[in-house]
Write a protein of this length. Structure first.
Ligand SMILES: [Zn+2]
Length: 323
């Protein structure tokens, strides 16, 4: 769904009438009434409780397939049940709960996020969208609002260790991926089994193009722009593309004491200028491109030798592939 279309739809959502005692209301109703609200206090209560699962001095540590991740998933399954949904774990380990719609011919609206974390992460990254989705489905049910489409609440497994669950859903997980070792120390293959999936039947978790009506994910802001602008919520324009480059700068190693300054081929100096140039190039044009030189490997990496070689990385991201 394009951003403008989404905004139009969400405006319609906000204007959804809420008539006391009316059953089986649908989006087609036009009577003016109060907008529909979820139970924010309940949602915040779940988030506060969840904060203790995997909490360490460094932050939240619920890396996929760890004890804390399994505890987090058990907590999440409990929320589904408490909300009146029978959760289903697919063969990849993704969790689903369905609120039926009124029109059986329509594809589901998928809404959700993840509950695993990065190393030393924050409690809101993932759970806001996951629990928010459960709360939306629960509120719709409690307030007896029937949508035409089914609503499928999804909690993707191992989002932070390489978007494993969502990759399975689009059939992009390769056999080689299964042997990769996740941050918990377990392989993806072992992990999928641990969270209730079945690697022998991964194809059953694959959704075909057209199987869902749309996907909506509420996510905590990670760039700080909304917070700076004093805004509570925004709609993303897209997901940035990411390119990684490895650059080798070749100079000539020589003695740091006896080589005159005008006779050096210092690879480190060139690499430093390169890093500055990358930053200036990106900043010189308007737009949202971001670039980072994050790693430099210097040879011979010694105090008294002019660097002969530097291998450096560039991480480049933008919404627009052309730019
Ligand atoms: Zn996230």
């Amino acid at each position: 769904m394009k951003r403008r279309t989404f905004l139009r739809h969400s405006a319609a959502l906000a204007a959804l009438p809420l008539l006391p005692g009316t059953r089986s209301r649908t989006f087609t109703s036009t009577a003016a009434a109060a907008p529909l609200h979820v139970n924010g206090a309940r949602l915040n209560g779940w988030l506060a409780k969840f904060d203790s699962i995997g909490r360490t001095a460094g932050g939240i540590n619920r890396v996929a397939y760890s004890e804390a991740d399994l505890a987090g998933r058990a907590f999440t399954l409990g929320l589904f049940r408490e909300a009146g949904f029978t959760p289903r774990v697919d063969t990849a380990g993704n969790i689903f709960g369905r609120l039926e719609g009124t029109d059986r011919s329509l594809k589901p609206i998928l809404i959700g996020s993840h509950v695993d974390s990065v190393t030393d992460g924050g409690n809101f990254d993932g759970p806001v969208g996951s629990f928010g989705a459960i709360e939306v489905a629960r509120s719709l049910r409690e307030q007896q609002v029937r949508l035409r489409h089914p609503v499928d609440v999804v909690v993707w497994t191992n989002e932070e260790g390489g978007t494993i669950g969502s990759k399975c859903a689009i059939g992009h997980l390769t056999p080689a991926d299964l042997d990769k070792v996740a941050r918990s120390g377990k392989t993806i293959r072992e992990g999928i089994g641990l969270v209730g999936g079945n690697v022998a039947r991964l194809s059953e978790a694959v959704r075909s193009k057209g199987d869902i009506a749309c996907y909506i994910e509420l996510h905590i802001e990670q760039g700080g722009l909304l917070e700076k602008a004093g805004l509570q919520i925004g709609v993303v324009q897209g997901i940035v593309g990411l390119r990684w480059f490895e650059v080798t700068v070749t100079g000539f190693s020589n003695h740091a004491g006896t080589t005159p300054m005008d006779q050096r081929r210092d690879a480190m100096l060139a690499a430093a200028k390169f890093a500055v140039a990358v930053n200036e190039a990106v900043r010189s044009v308007p737009g949202r491109t971001v670039a980072t030189v994050g790693r430099m490997t210097v040879t011979p990496n010694t105090t008294n030798v002019i660097p002969g070689q530097v291998v450096l990385t560039v991480d480049l991201r933008d919404l627009d592939a052309a730019s």
